[in-house]
Design a protein. Structure first.
Length: 168
């Protein structure tokens, strides 16, 4: 019997596993193999962190960063995009995770923001895709977009400067 998994099925499965006590999970089909292994945290770490979702997300991001670091060792050493030095009156918006930077919700759609736009707190300014999940990044301040430093569809590192804004 053939098994078909669409994105929704996969997301539901991952969510079920992430809220369970399962440490390792493996699923194999004709054309795919899914393996999920959760790190057993250091015993030194506070047990309360285990309960908190944020520590689980940070764990995933840390794992993904490790994976990405290992991949870059295999490939040609990639020169990271380094933002040109900024003006002191500008605030840098940095990437909260490793992922792929997208300026619009979908190909062919209008970008969320352009240089010169004014944004409000909570307004979506870009999307970062990590592990097939689309994460909308929202502005933390009322500001004017002065520079957009990353090309659409470009991989970004945690902490990389995405945009510079002038707070209003």
């Amino acid at each position: 019997m053939a098994m078909k998994l669409d994105h929704e099925d996969l997301n539901r499965l991952i969510e079920k596993i992430s809220t369970s006590d399962i440490q390792e999970f493996s699923l194999e089909g004709e054309d795919f193999k899914l393996e999920i292994k959760r790190n057993v945290l250091d015993q030194k770490q506070d047990i309360n962190n285990l309960v908190s979702n944020t520590s689980f997300e940070k764990q995933i991001i840390a794992n993904q960063k490790t994976i990405n670091d290992n991949i870059s060792v295999i490939n040609e050493p990639e020169v990271p995009q380094v933002a040109p030095p900024g003006r002191s009156d500008l605030t840098e918006i940095t990437s909260p995770m490793v992922g792929t930077f997208y300026r619009a919700a979908a190909p062919g759609e209008e970008p969320f923001v352009e240089v010169g736009n004014t944004v409000k707190v909570g307004q979506t300014i870009c999307i970062l895709e990590a592990m097939k999940l689309m994460n909308e990044i929202e502005s933390e301040f009322n500001a004017e977009i002065v520079e957009i430093l990353v090309e659409n569809g470009t991989p970004v590192e945690f902490g990389q400067v995405l945009m510079r804004v002038k707070q209003s």
